[in-house]
Design a protein around this ligand. Sequence first.
Ligand SMILES: Nc1ncnc2c1ncn2[C@@H]1O[C@H](COP(=O)(O)OP(=O)(O)OP(=O)(O)O)[C@@H](O)[C@H]1O
Ligand SMILES: [Mg+2]
Length: 370
Amino acid sequence: MFNQFTPARLRDLVEGAAAVAGQTDLQAILATTVEIARDLTGAPHGALGVVGAHGGLIDFVHAGLDPDEAETIGAPPHGRGLLGLISKEGRTIRTDRISDHPDSSGMPPNHPHMESFLGVPVRAGPTLFGNLYLTDKEGGFTEEDEALVEALAMIAGTAIRTVRLQQRLQSLAVAEDRERIARDLHDAIIQDLFAVGLSLQGQALKVADPDVRRALEQDVESLDRTITSLRGFIFNLGAPPDEHRTLRSELRELVTRLAGPHDAEVNVAYTGSLDSLPQKVVDDATQLVRESLSNSLRHSNADRITIEIHAGDDRLALLISDNGIGFDPSAVAWGLGLTNLRERATRAGGQISIDSTTGSGTVVRATLPL
Ligand SMILES: Nc1ncnc2c1ncn2[C@@H]1O[C@H](COP(=O)(O)OP(=O)(O)OP(=O)(O)O)[C@@H](O)[C@H]1O
Ligand SMILES: [Mg+2]
C-alpha cells in the first residue's frame, strides 16, 4: 500500500502516524487522528465516530466546525446512512457528492452543506471501533487520499488497541499487587501481632505487681487497636483502585453494558468542554443517564435512543430521548427509577423534566450546575 504515495505525502503520513502513535490516552488518539487526517487530505471537516452495539455512534469527535456551528446542528449524527454503510460493510466510501450517494440519508436542517466525502472504517484488532471521515475537499478526494487515510486509520486502530490493552494490564497489575500485599499483611503481620498479644495477656496473668500488670494490659489493648486499624487498612487495600473516570469513559462503558442485550440503536453525542468536570457531576450525570437509558431500553420498545451531553459554562445539560411508546408520567406508578432521577437532580441543585407522549416517545432533560 505504501509504494503508491509520492515521497512528500509518504513523509507526511509517517509524521502523522508518529503523532497518533505517540498519544497515550484514547481521547487524544481520536482527536489527533482527526487532525492528521484533515492535514493529510486538506479536507476542512473531519470526524471520528465510535461505533457501539447495533451500529449507533457512542462517541463522536469532530474538527473543522466552529463551536457555534456545531451547536446549531444540534442532534448528533446517527450511525445510519453513509456512516452506517461504512460500519456495516466495513469498507471505505468515497464520493464527490454526498447527496448523490444512494445510501445518503441526508443531513439535519442546520448542517452546513457538504459535498465530497471520504469515510474509512477504523478497526481495533478484529473488531470495528469506528469510522473516520472527511468532507468537503475542494475538487473531491483522490484515490491517493483514500489510501493515505486508510493507512492512517490502520495506525490509529493499532494505537487504540495498544492503549486499551495497556489500560487493562495496568489495572490488572495494580489489583494483583494490592491483593498480594493485603494477603501478606493479613497472613504474616496480623497473625504475628495476634500471637504477641495472646502471649502478653498470658504473662500479665502471672505478674504479681499490680502496676506492671496494668501496664502490660494496656499494651495488649493498644496492640488490639493496632490490629483493628490494620484490618481496616487491609480491607481498603483489597478494594479495586480508583481509576480516573471521565464522563466519556463512564458513559462509553455504561452504554455498551446496558444496550448490548437490546435491539435499540443508541447514539451518544457531546458538545462543549467535558475535560475536568468535577467527579460529583460525573457521578450524578452517569446515574441520570443510567436510569433514563434503562427505562427507555426496558419499557419504551424504541428502536432508537439518543443521549446528548452539553457542557456549558455553568451547567451540564443532559438529554435522553427515545422514539418508543411513551407514557403518562402523572398516571403510571413511579418506581425507583423516576423517583431517583428527580431526587438526584434536585439534590445536586439541578433541574429535570420528563416529557412523554403516548405513541411518539419520551424525552428526559436534566441540568446539573457546574
Ligand atoms: N422511556 C419510557 N418509555 C415508556 N414507559 C416508561 C419510560 N420510562 C418510564 N416508563 C414507565 O414509567 C414506569 C415507572 O418508571 P420507573 O423507572 O420509576 O420504574 P421501573 O422502571 O418500573 O422500575 P425501576 O426503575 O425501579 O427498576 C415504568 O414502569 C414504565 O411504565
Ligand atoms: Mg426504571
